[in-house]
Design a protein around this ligand. Structure first.
Ligand code: GTP
Ligand code: MG
Length: 158
């Protein structure tokens, strides 16, 4: 495990594991959806820096239990699902629990909504959380773009 711990947090089914899978596997290995229990740690290298991507079980009880460990994370990336408003509240609850100094929000599944709904979703986030880096994204079939966006996040919050 590297010294750079990156927490990948958000409600269940928002796409956390799929994102980590794309970042850490070859393009020909397809993602098989599964429920993540506990914390899955994957290695990621960018600009000769090793990161440990920690894909975290999204139950609030787990976040509470693992609180002191999660607070050691160097940065947190909160994932929201553009089709599910409740994913904003859950990301916010995790943010308020951990209060990370360095964090970003990635809005996933934007392939499933239209432009107008996307604007409404973004406005809702703007009203709730200030001062963050925002990436809006669709995981599906956008590997290269995800890697670029993710590396941009690392550049900007590091
Ligand atoms: N259409 C669409 N589907 C997506 C996208 N990203 C992820 N998915 C799908 O959403 C489902 C849930 O993704 P996961 O990555 O397993 O979700 P998770 O957040 O890890 O869920 P938990 O482990 O239960 O917390 C999977 O079937 C993914 O393939 C996206 O951008 N667009
Ligand atoms: Mg998962």
């Amino acid at each position: 495990m590297s010294n750079n711990l990156v927490g990948i947090l958000g409600a269940s089914f928002v796409g956390k594991s799929h994102i980590v899978h794309i970042l850490t596997n070859k393009p020909n290995i397809s993602y098989r959806a599964h429920v993540t229990i506990g914390c899955n740690i994957s290695k990621y290298n960018y600009n000769n820096i090793d990161y440990s991507l920690c894909d975290i079980y999204p139950q609030f009880s787990y976040i509470k239990t693992a609180h002191s460990w999660l607070q050691k994370f160097d940065m947190c990336i909160f994932i929201c699902d553009a089709t599910d408003y409740s994913s904003i509240k859950i990301a916010l609850d995790f943010y308020n629990e951990l209060k990370p100094k360095k964090y970003a929000i990635l809005i996933n599944k934007t392939d499933l909504i239209n432009r107008l709904d996307k604007e409404k979703f973004l406005e809702k986030i703007h009203n709730k959380i200030k001062d963050y880096i925002l990436v809006d994204f669709r995981t599906i079939n956008k590997r290269a773009k995800l890697i670029t966006s993710f590396n941009n996040i690392l550049d900007n919050i590091n």
